[in-house]
Design a protein around this ligand. Structure first.
Ligand SMILES: [Zn+2]
Length: 277
């Protein structure tokens, strides 16, 4: 077994052209095999030869330090070694290095794509895997089914020294965050921001500025992060998704996400840095 160092380099790829032996991350039902201390383990091909664990399929992810890197999916009834356990990626957020998060995020999405597309949505026949591309194929109409990601916007709305933060009905306690939502088919990211902010808190925004993005594999979102300035309207939570929302002075913020876990935290931290500088 090998650890992933902060400096290890992972490059996503779809087809393995290397003859080197590989390394695998192991998962089942969206949980990863870890030590009891929640450290994710990577297994070398030689380690897997002697294990009693049983796998249903494995998916090539790319190269980790030039070695082929795979996601191995455990059979539902397979044993797992006594000194190990399964941990959800959500519980590991903020505690694993970025390069390992990329591997986990890709594992979840590639394995989910493979499982969900065993049959063609047009004709119902069994699909097969394309040999040269990351696609499931069906011979009806030459259908190619690629992994899909769902773009979402996430936006921090500000008014000078104040930040607009919202409490989602599903958030625990007094935890607040930025606003977010899926981009609808046909919509631009900017119009999704204007629509979502207005739907969720009845406020209009202006001067939308792109900040950065984050893969959020629960199950397949790509979060596009923005800052936006308040334009007009009184804050009124929609009562459906958002039960509380308000303006908070930057020196009196409620509990919010941290930047090492999510882009929401990075949007907040970068705005605070700007105010303090
Ligand atoms: Zn078909």
């Amino acid at each position: 077994m090998i650890p992933v160092h902060k400096n290890s380099v992972f490059i996503p790829e779809n087809v393995n052209t290397s003859s080197e032996s590989g390394v695998s991350i192991i998962l089942r039902n969206q949980e990863f095999l870890t030590t009891k201390a929640s450290e994710i383990l990577l297994f070398e091909d030689d380690d897997l030869k002697w294990t009693e664990m049983e796998f249903v399929h494995r998916q090539f992810l790319g190269y980790l330090d030039k070695k082929p890197c795979y996601a191995n999916v455990l059979n539902d009834s397979s044993m797992i070694p006594q000194e190990m356990m399964l941990s959800s990626l959500r519980n590991l957020l903020g505690r694993i290095p970025d390069n390992l998060f990329v591997i986990c995020s890709r594992s979840l999405q590639i394995c989910d794509w493979y499982t969900a597309n065993q049959f063609c949505g047009y004709c119902g026949k069994k699909t097969t895997m394309h040999e040269k591309e990351r696609a499931m194929i069906c011979d009806c109409n030459n259908v190619m089914i690629y992994p899909r990601i769902s773009p979402c916007i996430i936006v921090l709305v500000t008014r000078g020294e104040e930040l607009l933060l919202a409490h989602n009905k599903n958030f625990p306690g007094e935890f607040y965050s930025t606003l977010a939502g899926f981009i609808e088919p046909g919509e631009t990211a900017e119009s999704a921001i204007e629509r979502e902010v207005f739907e969720e808190v009845s406020v209009s925004v202006q001067n939308i500025q792109y900040y950065g993005s984050q893969s959020w594999p629960f199950p397949s979102q790509l979060m596009l992060g923005y800052h936006a300035e308040y334009s007009k309207g009184d804050v009124k939570p929609d009562g459906k998704e958002i039960d509380k929302a308000d303006w908070f002075h930057f020196e009196e913020l409620p509990q919010v996400p941290t930047g090492n876990i999510s882009i929401s935290g990075q949007l907040i931290e970068s705005y605070l840095d700007k105010l303090k500088s």
